[in-house]
Design a binder for this molecule. Sequence first.
Ligand code: MN
Length: 305
Amino acid sequence: MAAPTPTPTPTPTPTAAPTMWIGRVSRPSEDRQRTVLVRTDGRAPQPDDLVEEIADPFAAALPSAGGDAPSDALVLAQQASPIAGGVRAPIGELILRPPLRPGKIICVGRNYAAHAREMGNEVPTEPLLFFKPSSAALAAGAPIDLPRGYERIDMEAELVVVIGRAGYRLAREQALDVVAGYTIGNDVSCRDLQKKDGQWTRAKGFDGFAPLGPFVRLHPSGAPLAEDVRIRGSVDGTIRQEGRVGDMIFDVAAILAYVSACMTLEPGDLVFTGTPDGVWPLHPGETTTVTAVGFDLGELSTPLR
Ligand code: MN
């Protein structure tokens, strides 16, 4: 009698750490936007993943929300219970909205040396800051109606820091404590107006010029991202931009310390951290895609019309 075939020892499945994601969705039949929570095993949410509606943790963490103590959107999200009668459905059955209602959108210009050089600028000795209006926020998958009559509108693939709790005059060593998580963004920029106006308000501020998401990945308070995480920008599937987070001139902690020396960072504020070189001119009919490599933040695709 032949010896029984030994039962193979099951290879332990590598269990990625559970990850929580915050987004906003609408039911197909309504305009109302609802904040939702998604849990995954570390990968970005997929169409089959179930979302559950929760109270907006960023709004609830604002000092003006009237809580007993300064609160932290990261903690509120981690402790959130689904709203009774709220949305509970697979992502694929819902309309994605920008993953939060942004407060300030603070942006850093020229934060990668190769990008500063490609634009003919000096490498800055301190962060160069500007704002985008919150009305520029655009959901993943939603189209931009490119304004007509300009020579050059570029994509800028960027890592976006999501602020979870208020902070003012933060020391660099404590600055990451106010971070709730990360997402990716596209700092769409009209070069004609950037040169003509001097101020960048119009160049960076058209409706749709801040594609964002699809979700905010919550991240442990105070923990930096790995320096090898790369931010990648593609147009119609061809990679045009890629930069390492570790190659930023000013890292996330330095940026948050610098910004908060001037203004209070508040829950729901976003910080666009600058773009690698390879910024690329855009045309109607193309599709831009921004992803992070080595730290899954999902895929931010934007059709251009
Ligand atoms: Mn930018």
